[in-house]
Design a binder for this molecule. Sequence first.
Ligand code: DMJ
Length: 452
Amino acid sequence: MNYMSSVLCAAMATSVLAGCDPRETGAVGDPELAERVRDEFVHAWNGYVLHAWGHDGLNPVSETYYDWYDASLYMTPLDAFDTMLLMGLDDEALRAKQLILENLSFDHDFTVQLFEVTIRILGGLITAYQMDGDPRFLELAVDLADRLLPAFESPTGMPYWGVNLRTGETTGTVMNPAEIGTLTLEFGALSRLTGRPLYYERAKRGVMAVYERRSEIGLVGTTIDVETGEWIDTESHITGRIDSYYEYLLKAWLLFDDEDFREMWETSIAAANRYLPHEVESGYWYGHVDMHTGERTATRFGALDAFMPAVLGLGGDGDRAARLMDSVYKMWTTFGIEPEQLDYVTMEVVSPAYYLRPESLESAYYLYRLTGDDRYLQMGRTMFEAIVANCRTESGYTMLTDVTTMEQGDRMESFFLAETLKYAYLLFAPPETLDFDGVIFNTEAHPIRRTW
Ligand code: DMJ
């Protein structure tokens, strides 16, 4: 049993989530449904190939493409590549690999968002290198990371929002815990793979600067000025702008054996578990509070918050994981598909879109792998079938503008192929498809293996 497994098993021994090895939990999946997920992945990828080839992504209704910046950074093929390898789609993977290696360049005079480019592109390249073995993926990752490093040159060590890939000029002093804290797995893995500690040191210094500014009761706020170190928005929660801060505290400890991260994770999750949970008639939720007083500021929960059962489960807190997952599923089934945000007291939609997000399926996958409980398999089935029924188009899959009407929008985010369909596939596929205990997924579902 490796280190990660033993940490997890030790933690789980005290929780209701018993068992660590999926074969021991009896989690056999649903191989027929896994095949269907694979077919739907191919359908979505073919839409990209036909209408958006070489661009960042597909608009599946208008059958057009989009790019985030003035030139493509090949987000969809990079995000999709390791899913193809896991699904055994070797021809598709080879075409994606050729497209990336023949065309991808980071020598562009434009500013990119540090967080998004790190989780999707740097993360995609690192896993591509680990799974495929071609050193050109690692060379691209190093080139990208070197161009991103100037972002960390702030007075506090917390990175700026964006950086110009060619000039290194930085932009954006208002940042948040998620965008600062969700860089350590990618920069840390690169340090281990290259023997250059600088990447990890820079990313870690940024997270520690956030952690050191936690409130007297141990919580972090929504936005912070990276030059002054002052909090701007002091609302605390687990939704966007804070969410993966918690995820990476835990995962950096597990991936790198770094005791500093263990301490940061244990302190931070204890505060979150003390002040955020809210038991109301509709169930058990994690809401919003003021970071200084702990007073309730909002009763909102949403699609992004649904990552939390997975992280709680991975951290060994089976009881909270199971209870929160029931609420996640209720959020999904109340409307047929989860909304971006709801008020869990009134159960009314606050923000009605569904962006093809993965977090609910991700949590179903983790809890199924950790417990072998068929309830999670069934939850995943319901979610996958709802996505097929409502988001499928002739040329791919689209986001919905409103889950109360199921009106379709016109956008397929790259994380649909990186995460949503990957977690669905892994949930239903035989456990040996991926050794769950041997990898740590980055927040874009790129599995990172501790090869060092
Ligand atoms: C993805 O880019 C990542 O999962 C990120 O952590 C949150 N947003 C999307 C998916 O919803």
